[in-house]
Design a protein. Structure first.
Length: 100
């Protein structure tokens, strides 16, 4: 599943782990960043804007070098494992909400 529908399905699946605010949703996640053979895993806060383009951004220094906002067209949801993926030409990011 790709796009806004994928993002909405992801947010619905993980509703109990997400803090909802007026303009955005926020949750803690394990984020895996893969750029070729360079793979890094960080725990960070993920923020999804509720309006307009529904941008996704991360609050971690690792993502300072990258474009910090991602559009829904770049998003894919895997219903089997519940993870969200951001796919770009040069890298892939996997988002897995933290389970306490």
């Amino acid at each position: 599943m790709i796009g806004i529908e994928a993002l909405e399905c992801f947010l619905d699946n993980w509703h109990s782990k997400i803090k909802e605010y007026e303009n955005y949703d926020e949750f803690e996640a394990m984020v895996e960043y893969a750029f070729g053979s360079d793979v890094r895993v960080v725990n960070t806060r993920v923020i999804v804007e509720k309006f307009f383009e529904k941008k996704i951004r991360f609050e971690d220094l690792l993502f300072e070098d990258l474009k910090t906002c991602f559009l829904p067209e770049e998003v894919e949801f895997d219903e089997e494992n519940g993870n969200l993926y951001i796919n770009r030409n040069l890298y892939k990011i996997k988002i897995a909400p933290r389970i306490y």
